[in-house]
Every structure is written in C-alpha cells, then in structure tokens.
Design a binder for this molecule. Structure first.
Ligand code: FES
Length: 610
C-alpha cells in the first residue's frame, strides 16, 4: 500500500503544505506539486545546485551528496533534493530565487506601424427576406476583404453573436484571417504582447499598437528551469519521462498566459484589447511552445521540426487565457541559432550592406552572427553553463547576493554583490572579473593552473593568504577574512577549467566566422553583445581572459535584450516581419562540428594570455 508523507515548504515569508507519496525523491515530489526548485542538471545529481535544508524523515545522504556537499552543510541538514528520498514527514527550507536580475531593456527601436493584427470596427446592416446574405459574407463585405479566412470555431462564435438586426462589431483581423469578433462597446487602443522566451527567463512587453510604445513589462524566471537549467537537460527530461514533453509545453504556455493576464490586469485592460502576440526565443523553446518534440535537435545532424515564421491563434498552442488571439512566432535559422538571434539581427541591422558587424549572444550556447556586405554567416558553440553560474562550485545565476563584479585596487580585492546583499555565490560577470584579475596578475598561468605566489605580480602580493586549501583542494578565496567556513566563496582549479572551456568555445566560434567570411577583426565595424550576461560583463575582463579577440575591444557595444526588442518590432511592423524572413533566407549556418579545423581553433583558444 502506498504511504503518504506530509511535506511542509518553508519559504521564509510563507509556507505551503502538501501530501506526497513516500519513496520518491524530493525533487520529484516538488515538481509533482508545482513547487520546482533550481535544478540545473534536471535531477541527475551532477550540478549540486538543488540544495534544500530539510528536517524530518529522509533516506541517508548518498555518495553523490557526500561528494557535492561539505561536512558543515551535511551537519546543518543540507540535502540535494534530487538525491534525498522521502521516508516520512519533512519540513523543507527553500531560498526564494524569484528576485533574479532579468534583462529587459534593449536598443531603442523605430518602426512604421502595421501590427500582426488589429481590431476594426464595422457596422453590419440588418438582414431581411429580400436581402439575406450569410453572416460570413456580411462580415467579409463589411471588412472589404472577400477572401478573409474564417475558421470553423469562429463561425461557431458568429452563430451565437450575430442576429438579423443592425450591429456594430469589432473584428480582430490579421493579414489574411478574421481571428475574432465581438460586439463593439467602446473605442479603446489596441495592444499587443511581445515575448522573449529565454531558457532562464521570460520577458513580456505590453505594447500599445497605436503609438508603438511599450507600456508595461513583466518578467519571470522560466518555470521550466525546475526540469533542468539548460535546453539539453529539458530535452532529456522530455525523452525520459512519459508525458515529459507535454509537461514542458504546458509549463511554458501556462506561464505565457499567466504573464499576459498579469499585465492586462495591472493596466486595467479588457483581455480582448490584446489583439496580437509575437514570440522570439531559441529554437528549442519555440518547439516546446508549439508542443513539438525537440529531441532530434539534440542529436546529430541536429534537425529541428520547423524554422520558418509561423502564424496561428492562441488555441492552437493551448493558450487557454486568450485562445483567439493571433500569435506570430519569429523564424529561426537552425537547431541552435534560433528566433532570438534572428530578432537580434533585426534589431542590430545586420543586413545593412555598408557595415561589417558581429552579434554575439552568450549563454549556455554562444550564438553568433557575422554580416558583411549584407551576407550573414552564423554559428553556435557549446559554451557550457559556467557563465550562467552552473558547473562552478559557488556559481549562481544573477540573483540577490551574487558576486557580480570583482576589482583589484591598490593591492586589495573588492567584491560587489547584486542588491548589496551578503555574498551567496558568484555569477557570470563576477566570474569573468575574478578570472581576469587572476590572469593579469599571474595567479593563474597561461595553461590555467594556479601559479606559485612567488610568480604573482607585486600588485597581488597582498592576496597570498587567499590561496588556501579547503577540503584538501587548492582554492582562491574571494570573500574577505572572517567568513564562516560554509560561507567562504572561492574558485577552485575545476572552476578555472570550466571558464577556460567556455571562453575558448566562444573565441573559436568568432575566429571561425571571421575566417570563413574572409574578414579580419580590424575590418569589423561593430560588435554587439546581446542578452543578460553580455550586458553585465566588463569589456576589459572579456578581452583579458580571451573570450573575445582583443582587436575587437574598442568596437564592443551592449545591445541589451535584442530578442525582446526584436519581438516588439515584429509585433508592430510588417516590414520587420518581412525582414525576419529575409534574414532567415540570407543567413548561412555553419555547423562547427562538421568543420575541419574547428577543433584546432578551439585548442588554440584555450590558453590565457597575460
Ligand atoms: S544535483 Fe540535484 S538537480 Fe542537479
């Protein structure tokens, strides 16, 4: 007989209780009860990030937990949720990571307005025995569009809404379809919702379709993160669990609906005022949104189901909150160069034939595109999760308390944390700064190994006491003296290796694009860094560690959330939607794993240059 346990979740400010079957691990119990926690490896026991503090009845710590957790953590009741199996009632303390820093802003945009869809007010004359056209004809005549498509489900609505008397109607119309009709009540502006679905975060922009202005933004962590931090973990969750892909699809669509509802209510709008949605994101997120199985993108030859732009209505993707709303999905280029990069190319005008430009978006994958004389070459490299905080012993995302910058001034190491909170870990930008300082001052050598203090620069001489041994391992401590052992944040040799692999992948990708386009770094007019990480990093640190070729340093510009701004532009303008299709047609994708010589370029990029 199944036994049930009581699980109490203590979030500090609130608590929640649910019943769960005994014998399953905490990670699964939390997922089943819609209380996902950070689990970058998707519950495989490799990332060590699903830490929870638990009291109550659980299986004893596994070997994996003993290797991932310190003695002090184990003594304090810290467990890995994906390893600890429920044997009785428990109480779990969870750190709320909702206050993450999410990139919302981007480059300013200016477009002509011809939105994905708009509402048109029409007056329908009444019918009589001598003049009785059918309702569909009356609507088409009223809109002066003889061939407008009208779905069966909309005809069902029409059959209940129209009558033989005169009526004023508000029709939501796309380029070729009547998407919805309602009885006209009052004249209010049309709005649209542009969405950037990132693997880590989702940002939605409420856009006034008359003025073109963004009137509200709503941003949240992607709730799919509970199934893995990166797209590959989520694909494997979808493959290994019956209904896994459906669960991931439901998560993304319900979160989209919930975010839309949030902004609609906040602005006091009627739901029907939202007459169009545009969505950009990586190819795998677009597959999950559409309810498609993305598995083949994860194995050679990395084939997506679709990459073209796609129009549908909300109901087709299961958007229960607004089923009749037209939805436009931007085109992608390949399995690992998605609609987010197409949006970025649109925002940064990569098709401009007069300029040579490079767009780089660094996340778990580093995606990049190089344009020259209007021809675009793009590729994607597996940068690994280091810059997103995973795979690094004390790595965290951009959350309160994350060390986001590190400086060495007058021989003193200074750290800064997000929201000036007590340090709880280090995020990508802080990691880059720390490694840059270590490279510049000889604390690590060209091969990435910790050097002997006698080889350090005089500027770093005062940091010798930061080289310590913790749990039998040589580490460089970032937090100041006086920290409790369990709060001492450090970088170990393996962390440096992870950074090396990530930076080498990005550097090699850029070098390969330049070589294949016959372009030198000097010929590049602008380098656009897109995305949350790109926006926070310091140019000097990125160049010092060799993430970007040093000749490009003076040309670096921060472009912000180009995926979000591109989605806004596509929502507003037919010209921009057409440009997205042109970008898709013109961009040539370079599959690096099939390219002779890429491995050599990667290996050449792996060392550090002081
Ligand atoms: S170790 Fe538990 S989710 Fe990664």
């Amino acid at each position: 007989m199944e036994r049930y346990c009581s699980v109490t979740l203590d979030y500090g400010s609130k608590s929640l209780v649910f019943k769960s079957e005994a014998g399953i691990n905490l990670h699964k119990a939390l997922l089943l009860n819609h209380s996902g926690i950070s689990s970058p490896c998707g519950g495989k026991g490799t990332c060590g990030k699903c830490k929870v503090v638990v009291s109550g009845e659980l299986s004893p710590p596994t070997e994996i937990e003993k290797s991932k957790l310190t003695r002090q953590e184990l003594d304090a009741g810290v467990r890995l949720a994906c390893q600890a199996v429920l044997t009785g009632d428990v109480k779990i303390r969870i750190k709320d990571e909702k206050s993450a820093f999410i990139q919302i802003d981007g480059l300013p945009y200016k477009v002509g307005i011809s939105p994905v869809s708009q509402r048109i007010q029409i007056h329908l004359p009444g019918t009589s025995l001598t003049n009785c056209p059918d309702d569909v004809k009356r609507l088409r005549d009223g809109l002066q569009r003889d061939h407008l498509k009208i779905s069966r489900s909309l005809m069902a609505k029409i059959s209940n809404l129209l009558n033989e008397r005169e009526q004023d109607i508000l029709a939501t119309v796309t380029e070729d379809e009547l998407a919805d009709i309602n009885i006209f009540a009052e004249q209010t502006p049309d709005y649209g919702f542009a969405v950037d679905i990132g693997t880590t975060t989702i940002v939605g922009y409420l856009v006034n379709l008359i003025t073109g202005e963004i009137e509200d933004t709503v941003s949240e962590l992607n709730e799919q993160a509970a199934f893995g931090a990166d797209v590959l973990s989520r694909i494997s969750y979808g493959k290994e669990n019956a209904e896994g892909n459906r669960v991931l699809h439901d998560k993304i669509v319900s979160q989209l609906g919930h975010m839309l509802k949030k902004t609609v209510e906040r602005k006091g709008l009627a739901k029907d005022a939202i007459c169009g949605i545009s969505v950009a994101g990586n190819t795998i997120m677009m597959h999950f949104l559409m309810g498609l199985n993305p598995f083949r993108i994860s194995v050679a030859p990395f084939t997506p189901v679709f990459t073209s732009s796609y129009f549908c209505r909300g109901e087709e993707i299961g958007l229960a909150y607004h089923p009749r709303c037209p939805v436009y999905i931007l085109p992608s280029i390949a399995g690992y160069v998605g609609a987010d990069i197409v949006a970025g190319m649109l925002v940064c005008s990569l098709l401009d034939p007069t300029r040579t430009q490079l767009l780089v978006d660094i996340g778990t994958n580093g995606e990049m595109a190089l344009s020259r004389e209007g021809a675009v070459l793009c590729c994607s490299v597996a940068a690994g999760p280091a810059f997103e905080g995973a795979g690094i012993r004390w790595g965290v995302g951009g959350i309160d308390g994350a060390i986001d910058s590190v400086d060495l001034k007058d021989g003193t190491l200074k750290i800064h944390t997000l929201s000036d909170k007590k340090p709880i870990g280090i995020c990508g930008s802080g990691l880059l700064d720390a490694v840059s300082i270590m490279v510049q001052n000889g604390i690590i050598d060209e091969g990435g190994r910790f050097a002997e203090p006698c080889e350090w620069s005089p500027e770093a001489a005062g940091l010798w006491d930061r080289m310590q041994e913790i749990n039998g391992e040589k580490v460089f401590v970032l937090t100041g003296p006086g920290c409790l052992p369990e709060e001492t944040i450090f970088l170990c040799q393996q962390d440096i290796r992870e950074v090396q692999l990530a930076k080498a992948a990005v550097h090699a990708g850029i070098t390969t694009l330049l070589n294949n386009q016959g372009t030198t770094p000097e010929q590049v007019d602008a380098v656009w860094l897109a995305g949350g990480f790109g926006n926070k990093l310091r140019k000097e640190s990125a160049v010092n560690i060799g993430l970007l070729p040093k000749e490009l340093a003076p040309k670096i510009r921060f472009a912000g959330n180009t995926s979000g701004v591109g989605a806004v532009m596509a929502l507003l303008s037919k010209d921009c939607r057409d440009k997205c299709d042109i970008i898709k047609t013109k961009a040539r994708y370079l599959e690096l794993s099939a390219l002779a010589g890429f491995n050599d370029t990667f290996i050449e990029s792996i060392g550090f240059e002081a």
